[in-house]
Design a protein around this ligand. Sequence first.
Ligand SMILES: NC(=O)c1ccc[n+]([C@@H]2O[C@H](COP(=O)([O-])OP(=O)(O)OC[C@H]3O[C@@H](n4cnc5c(N)ncnc54)[C@H](OP(=O)(O)O)[C@@H]3O)[C@@H](O)[C@H]2O)c1
Length: 352
Amino acid sequence: MSVSILQRQSTAMRRIHPSPSVAIVGATGAVGAELIGCLERRNFPLSRLKLLASPRSAGRTLTFQGRDVVIDGLTPMSFDGVDVALFAAGSGVSKDHARRAAADGTIVIDNSSAFRMDDDVPLVVPEVNADTLGTHHNLIANPNCTAAISVMALWPLYRENKIRRVIAATYQAASGAGAAAMEELRASTEAHLTGRAYEPRVLPHPYAFNIFSHNDTVDLESGENGEEIKAARELRKLMCAPDLRVGITCVRVPVFRAHTIAMTVEFERPLSPDQAREILGAAPGVDIVDDRNANRFPMPRDATGRDNVLVGRFRADKSDPTGHSLALMVAGDQLLKGAALNAVQIAEALMK
Ligand SMILES: NC(=O)c1ccc[n+]([C@@H]2O[C@H](COP(=O)([O-])OP(=O)(O)OC[C@H]3O[C@@H](n4cnc5c(N)ncnc54)[C@H](OP(=O)(O)O)[C@@H]3O)[C@@H](O)[C@H]2O)c1
């Protein structure tokens, strides 16, 4: 059964001014840096760029289109005259400022988890559910990076053959935990290789040559961590699939950038690896990397700095003899499709 996108509501949408004034909140962070880069390389037609961060960074400069832009400390007045604000400074900052800025007329696209599951806030990946932008009230949420990258592979398949169940394991990079975690990976690896002690400051466990369960808070009752909970519920919201069953194990690995996800997907009807390859080969924002001869499949090094999400390693799940289940791997730069690029694509969709 193909899934009708008409299930979703669509009303007149408030669009972005053709030459908007844009603010980045959290401009000095890992996502903030990529937001600046995406606006620059996609020639986003902004009239003015305002860079905001904590008071610690006020007065520093960052470069945009060859010019120095001075960073301002964020205050409630920061959004005066701002048409679009791209928030990337954590949930607390978003909770403190985003709804007020939206109420005052700024269109806010928020990278944090603060509002993603709120009924009045569309959670958007443009290739999947741009139609839900019609319901926005000046506040739009960008999904969790694991959900955003996974949905790029799952949605095109789901449209062709409804998915009943997803079992996934993630291999998540340092960059998903911000600029300080990337530095911790670099410094702790250097210390390890030179025989020096290194006390973790950002992540809860030694990061060099180690893997550990995702650092988000563990729910003591269910045993799930926050990343697992977010990924599952956001996938359901993005695909408008409330009954989708998701079992996911999220793990941090010592990779600088780009998340990899191994998944097994159970469909309503049988689906062959060739059919999946063909469907995803025609999907926007997806590149197939599936070379069995060369044993080359999606890897974080190949996904780093790349807009498209890599998908491959299609094979039948031998544990399901009915032919309804397929295994595959996905790798995506979560600072791009999992955060900054997706946010800028949302802004672009609001200008069309
Ligand atoms: N990293 C990812 O892959 C990813 C993916 C999806 C979503 N996100 C979300 O995006 C947000 C940013 O993540 P990140 O990885 O970029 O974190 P990050 O590297 O730690 O950067 C945090 C940014 O927030 C700013 N900030 C902190 N406190 C502030 C305050 N009180 N007022 C204004 N700015 C403040 C910091 O400014 P200073 O430099 O001045 O401290 C910095 O610019 C988070 O909500 C995260 O969950 C991240």
